[in-house]
Ligand binder design. Sequence first.
Ligand code: PEP
Ligand code: MG
Length: 580
Amino acid sequence: MQQLQGIAVSPGVAIGESLVMDNEGFRIPRRFVTRDAVEDEIERLDKAIVAAGKEIAGNRDAVSGELGDKYGAIFEAHLQMLQDTKLRSELDDMIRQRHYSPEYAVSRTLRRYAQVFQRLESSYLAERAHDIFDIEKRLLRHLLGHRREGISHLSSPVLVLAHNLTPSEAANLDRRFVRGFVTEIGGPGSHTAIVAEALGIPAVVGTGPFLTEVSGGDQVIIDGDNGLVILQPDEEALARYQHQVEEIRSLAARLETIRDLPGETADGVRVEIFGNIEFPHEAEHCTDRGTDGIGLYRTEFLYLGSETEPTEEVHFEAYSQVVRAMGDKPVTIRTFDLGADKMPHLPAPEDEPNPFLGLRSIRLALRNLPLFRTQLRAVLRVSTLGNVRIMFPLVSTLLELRQAKMVLADVMEDLEEHGVAFNRDMPVGMMVEVPSAVMMIDRFVEEVDFLSIGTNDLIQYTLAVDRSNKDVVGLYNSCDPAVLKLISMAIEAADRKSVPINLCGQMSGSPIYTMLLLGLGLRRFSVTPIAIPEVKNVCRNVTIEQCQAVTRHIASLENARDIKSYLKEELRKCVPEQGV
Ligand code: PEP
Ligand code: MG
């Protein structure tokens, strides 16, 4: 049994067989071969080495001819490494003595070599690890040939273990069979993490390297509440987690009973609980759980899921599905937030060293007006079908907001000229997710119908900490006092002007923060669908006075760690069944 600590990004526990993916998104096959097959497997390895060697020699000659021997030498070095007798005897030993499959022996041995280089002080030598990975991939390609499989054809439940998954790869996981996933890299606020929540499966990211330690078919436990991954669990761990799965099920069943009760505190203050969705079918996950509407529809997933740019009709269809499912409840359609970690098939700038600070979101929309206008037309058309609102993401200056509103007004005029119906009074809002927006909040409230605080980004931009980088996860903290101060400023400014304000970052769906946010004056939460009953349950069990006392106490605390443990304690006291 081996236990890994990663970052918990989607709650729940999954127990099952692993499916291991390599860096290129292909399955790494099972570890063992039978005793009888050993000699055949050695021969297969021979053939793969010869074929890979020919390929490398071809590259060496071509590159030497075009660029000179100095560059050809890179491939000569690969060839020598591939044909190294020490490597070969290690591989043979692994197959003969330990009955490892050649693929597994290659992966494991070469990755161990690469790690030695990666640990060296010299960055030049550390870079050599890439050469070794290159040889590994080449050999695997030859060993597996056309048998190399992705994960699109699954037929039984699996837990996916991968080096990385992009948001669109995560979004395309086969929901019928994938019961959870773990990635070696990735951070707490990454969009891959958000997709995991949308899929409703436990997920852990940022564990660091471990894929060479595991092989397809091994038993694994993913503890999405504590960020733990257990490889080949012992009996005791299995029994403990099976018990936990039962407890999670019974809590979910108990919470079902409050589905149709209003979101309100124990002292009768109304609290609206909306759902965050990425895909239209999730609207039903929200209605099933008694939502007050959709507080955030991340429309960029329409672009990520398709090879080509979605047409106006594709937008219209997707939005109509959500609006129909919601009846007269509000549906907040956020215009696309592409760029940064959500890279679509758009003309993206070639060199974007800091994508989170670059051409992302509303900035990208304002530079790609035809694309933006297509979406706006669809949103306006759907506005006649229900209670639709539009929201602009990542607004950092007043000018940007005004520009976006001007484009919207222009599209309205266009539709009017063509006799297309739309709701001229459709509410227009913006995300508050950049510190500059909070600094200027008194001006913004004059120009919007509603606001929504996006803490995922607000934390990242306030603390200068990449939300998808596991190495700075310690700084990425929802309850950092600086972040809380900004949230509080935004709520107060909105209240002064009676502009409705929501909070739709991940923090909003975590019951630990519910009392704090209520104490800060928040009355609208927008959360991942599975969190709707949990947040509602906390609200129904606490009074505003209790929450304000919590907030007052927190004002005296200096760091995120103390605040978080205090919040956990308070939750345990007030709502014991949800205490963590
Ligand atoms: C946020 O930043 O908090 C947010 C809700 O938007 P996203 O996670 O899509 O950036
Ligand atoms: Mg955001």
